[in-house]
Design a protein around this ligand. Structure first.
Ligand code: ADP
Ligand code: MG
Length: 257
């Protein structure tokens, strides 16, 4: 039930989503890494939901595209950004970069949920069983150490979180207040971030994180890919998207309100 698929925000009038983008999409047709496809099947994700079917190919397009994804709660927005994230990062730890992906969420419990989804999908890539298995597999399988995840959320000890950061995570899942604190007070460097997600963006704004988010945006490289997922798109969020995203593609599916 696609209402609009316009290249909103910078171009007022956009083009409609083509039939090819909507119909017939399967995880198998998205050019995903074999390990990622296997993990999706293993976790019971056999067919992409509508928001996944449209956003995943857009997010993996060349050149990468910014996307605003708007769809109701329960429509599968987590995988809509997690699948491209894992594909882009190759599912393995990078020793030559700092954190390459940042997922902003409004609350600690959501951070834990997102972490669980991501870790489950990234587990055992390269054909092995455990987190560090599979380093010697051949073919197109990812090689190297398991992807490292870092959680930066309120309610955890600051020192422990700083230590965690020094363990060089590839993906940071964070609430804005705590992330900004670490960036300002402890010089946490966000300059290697290439992929940024604002998940439950409407809630991020409702909770008064707007100023923190603006400040975080200003510390990120401009050459990043930026995604915003939300169940609703209030005016404040449109303004934020204008400032933080570059000519985003708006994917809007039977959203709330
Ligand atoms: P949202 O963020 O839009 O509220 P979630 O990403 O939390 O939605 O997903 C809602 C539920 O749907 C979760 O239980 C998730 O495991 C399930 N789900 C997501 N994508 C798929 C899929 N492609 N196939 C089957 N189940 C899915
Ligand atoms: Mg969600």
């Amino acid at each position: 039930n696609i209402k609009t698929g316009t290249e909103l925000i910078k171009k007022a009038k956009g083009k409609k989503i083509s039939k090819g983008e909507v119909g017939g999409g399967s995880f198998q047709s998205m050019g995903l890494l074999p390990s990622l496809l296997r993990a999706l099947t293993l976790r019971g994700y056999r067919v992409p939901t509508p928001i996944q079917r449209i956003t995943i190919p857009s997010l993996l397009a060349n050149p990468p595209r910014d996307v605003v994804g708007m769809a109701r709660t329960g429509s599968g927005k987590t995988l809509a950004y997690m699948v491209p994230l894992l594909q882009r990062l190759g599912g393995r730890h990078s020793t030559s970069f700092g954190a390459r992906a940042l997922i902003m969420v409004p609350a600690r419990e959501l951070a834990l949920q997102v972490l669980k989804v991501g870790k489950e999908l990234a587990r055992g890539w390269g054909g092995g069983g455990g987190d560090h298995a599979g380093d010697t597999q051949g073919g197109s399988e990812p090689k190297g150490q398991a992807l490292r995840w870092g959680l930066i959320v309120g309610g955890e000890g600051l020192d422990e979180q700083f230590e965690m950061i020094t363990s060089n995570p590839d993906v940071i899942i964070a609430t804005p207040g705590r992330l900004l604190h670490l960036a300002v007070e402890m010089n946490l460097d966000l300059k290697s971030i290439q992929y940024v997600v604002f998940d439950e963006a409407d809630r991020l704004f409702e909770m008064g994180f707007e100023t923190a988010l603006d400040e975080i945006l200003s510390r990120l490289p401009t050459s990043r890919q930026t995604l915003l997922f939300s169940a609703t798109l209030p005016k404040s969020l449109v303004e934020f998207a204008k400032a933080g995203l570059e000519n985003p593609k708006l994917v809007r599916l039977d959203a709330e309100s």
